[in-house]
Design a protein around this ligand. Sequence first.
Ligand code: GAP
Length: 512
Amino acid sequence: MTQEELFKSLIAHAKEYGFIFQSSEVYDGLSAVYDYGQLGVELKNNIKKYWWDAMVRLNENIVGIDSAIFMHPKIWEASGHVGAFNDPLIDNKDSKKRYRADVLLEDYIAKLEEKIEKEVEKGKKKFGETFDEAQFRATNPNVLRNRVKADEVTAKMNESLNSGDLEAVRQLIIDCEIACPVSGSRNWTEVRQFNLMFSTQMGSVSEDAGTIYLRPETAQGIFVNFLNVQKTGRMKIPFGIAQIGKAFRNEIVARQFIFRMREFEQMEMQFFVRPGEEISWFEKWKEARLKWHLALGLGESKYRFHNHEKLAHYANAAADIEFDFPFGFKELEGIHSRTDFDLSQHQKFSGKKMQYFDPETNENYVPYVVETSIGLDRTFLAIYSSSYCEEKLENGEDRVVLRLPAFLAPVKLAVLPLVKKDGLPEFARKIMDDLKYDVNCQYDEKDSIGKRYRRQDAIGTPFCITIDHQSLTDNTVTIRYRDSMEQERVPVDNLRKIIEEKVSMRKVLEQI
Ligand code: GAP
């Protein structure tokens, strides 16, 4: 199965089992907007808790807030979002379809990279053990031609985007002979900047009406509350403020399922530090955040850092943690050293001081900020996609299993009476009624035990306990493990301890 087919299957699976639905599906859907179903919301809440506990509970100098989505419109002028939160767009005159000009070029570059990798694979097959990959990449004419082209287009694209030369961006699309995927034509309009913020009106009387924006990031809610939190919480620098919440962006290229959405959730933390100490904190947070990811156990090879060469005007260091999604390595989290840009801008636009008096140095200053910003939906997709598995069993049967980290699984334990009679359901219910206070349990007595195991495998339930006739006589049950499918007989009295230990978030948090 190709990665593309696997991705399609997991999207279908997410819908079939109540993880993720297309928003407004009965009205044919709303593009790039999704609803989380009964299991999706549980997994999402567990991810949030993992992040919140790691950031807020485990760090005495980090506190959380929950700021409003609507904020004073001047905030977005100060932050630069009104003026510069834009995507370069281009329309195809024949299909009337709109594209992000930079994405058309990135896709073109990605195709060249794919050609290079295919050529290398061919070489590997042809030369077997004697294959010298470095030499092949340095000498093979097809590889070299595509390498030069990819580098040239990347350099020209970056140069024209960074200098805001939209005509040069258009020319590059034409020079690369990029055609519209729908009409197949190269009949392009000029490239225009398009602001990504959604706006609406506030106020019930038209004269009072003012344009306000749905926040495109949660971070600004933290910046404008910096002094409130610092003063009321008696926080001393260095300290952090964390927040989980919705953000909205009118993404034009909305695809790859929940990777790029118009309404999504961010988990952001702004860490306020002394000027001059930001780079060492930036390095510390890079390391800490990677550890958080690795403790999920999805595999070290799934992650890599991408250090930004070209920095935004307000940053003096920036890196992404990229994840190996089914469509390749893409940004999952950003760690940015944002200098004093945001607080200084709010000081300027609001006329209110955004300074901190440092009792250790006897100085007033605008703190510098190191930000960690991770998409909750992207984290969901990272975990979901690397847990999704289609397996052929030894007995020839197929099974779909979601190998979710046990502590994040929506349902931790399924309670299954072997048959629907002889007092087994009552016995099972008693166990469920006790354990439901500790972990999320699901009771199921319908269909054969095999079918019930498959259903639980498909939703990622790490443990099923089966109650049989022996249970009534010796007060034991079998635990069946999702990943190994092994079964073990255990006393009912030990169940809580066994399960709690296996699904403990504490153990994972202790690793970070
Ligand atoms: N405050 C900094 C900030 O918002 P960003 O790189 O624009 O930085 C941070 O966004 C994270 O939010 C990204 O790494 C990504 O995980 C997530 N994100 C951004 N746009 C998204 C979208 N349209 N859909 C889903 N997640 C998105």
